[in-house]
Design a protein around this ligand. Sequence first.
Ligand SMILES: C[S@@+](CC[C@H](N)C(=O)[O-])C[C@H]1O[C@@H](n2cnc3c(N)ncnc32)[C@H](O)[C@@H]1O
Length: 192
Amino acid sequence: MANSDRQKWNAKYSGKAIPSTQPPDNWLCHAVTALIPGRALDLACGLGHNAIWLGRQGWRVDAVDISEVGLSLAAQSATATGCSSVTWIAADLDIYAPDPSTYDLITVLRFLDRERLPSLIEAALRPGGTLVYETFAQQHLTRSDNHLKSDRFTLLPNELPRLFPNLAIEQFEEVDLPDRSVARLIARKPAI
Ligand SMILES: C[S@@+](CC[C@H](N)C(=O)[O-])C[C@H]1O[C@@H](n2cnc3c(N)ncnc32)[C@H](O)[C@@H]1O
């Protein structure tokens, strides 16, 4: 599966121009404004616009994705914007294991892996660390602008907080946005 994911996303990103002007996700920006920058992990970072924005806010970011083509564009984009605080990591999240209790912030946008990601995230967060997670809700499949081919990539109603039984839920919502229907979660690993 991961090999075909890599090929699929490498093909999608091939031939794209360097996305130096792509803005970060608005909701993510709001979600982290009150946090003191430390170490951040952006999972399935794509072309890196959120990781670069976090880097520019003072976070030291590890940004992981399976697509080397996407990561190469992301790295060029970071260089073009003078951002040197992101480490780009080509890895398959089916097997990648970040260091435990390491990150003050973990972000996931528009990616879902029910099997492995929840325990990976709970382990990699530092006590007191924050998870900011947004991805497609099942409702998205009913939209005329739906582009998803499988319900494997969409969340059932109220599913997202249930994936993180060991985190304290601070905010959860399911919203229809102009371009997508999503579930959003902000949760914190209890301090020791
Ligand atoms: C819809 S894009 C989202 C990218 C970015 N988070 C954003 O919001 O723009 C999904 C990303 O997941 C990555 N991906 C897919 N399967 C993966 C896997 N097994 N391990 C790591 N990354 C993966 C793809 O390469 C792609 O960049």
